[in-house]
Structure formats: C-alpha cells, structure tokens
Design a binder for this molecule. Sequence first.
Ligand code: 5GP
Ligand code: ZN
Length: 113
Amino acid sequence: MSDCLFCRIVSGELGAAVVAEDEWALAFRDIRPQAPTHILVIPKKHLGSLGEAAEEDAVLLGRLLLLAKVVARGEGLASGYRVVLNNGGAAGQSVFHIHAHVLGGRHLGWPPG
Ligand code: 5GP
Ligand code: ZN
C-alpha cells in the first residue's frame, strides 16, 4: 500500500533504524520511544490491524511474535519486557499497519493506561 507509512518503511522509501529482519517481518526503533528500548515489529505484508486478521494470517502473526522475542533478546531484556498490539483508535492505534511494540529497559506498570 503506497499510502501506508509502514509499507513505505518496508519498501525502503522511508528510512528507519532497523534492528532485525527476516523473511516475514521487520523490526525498527520507534521514533518516539516510550521506554529505553521501544522497537516496532511489523509484517512485511500489509495487514491493517489485529481486528482485520484472518485464518490465512496465522503464520504472519506467529512470525511477528517470534521476531519480537529475537529483538528482546538482542536488546538484553532478559529481566522482562512487554509486547503490545494496539488495536483500533480507542486503544491508541495510530498507524494502521499492524505492529507489535516491544518495550523494556524500565519498570513497566500494570494495568497499562
Ligand atoms: P500505535 O499508536 O499505532 O500503536 O503505534 C504507532 C507507533 O509508530 C508510535 O509509537 C509512533 O511513535 C511510531 N511512529 C510513527 N511514525 C513513525 C515513523 O515515521 N518512524 C518510526 N520509526 N516510528 C513511527
Ligand atoms: Zn502497510
């Protein structure tokens, strides 16, 4: 999708601080970090949100979480980290290309805001 911000990062049209990548997904640093480590993991294929996911997206969703784990390990977040998927505007989703936030490096309160 040429008008999707994260598709433009996948294609290389827009720059990003990439930390990891595999055949299915790309991980890069959030431009406005909310924790010492704040990385976004996105599928290379466009999918708007978790709410739009279908059976055929099962592998894509699994690969997203597995790359999130690799990223967390690479960032040294052994003591704990959080993986967040905001789904829909009321939950804070502002970019409609599904992404997992990997947050760590500070105490993370619960429940989240
Ligand atoms: P959401 O609010 O949709 O769950 O998360 C979108 C995230 O994308 C936000 O944390 C925001 O800071 C980040 N973001 C928005 N635009 C850009 C960008 O151009 N580059 C990067 N690296 N992150 C972005
Ligand atoms: Zn997209």
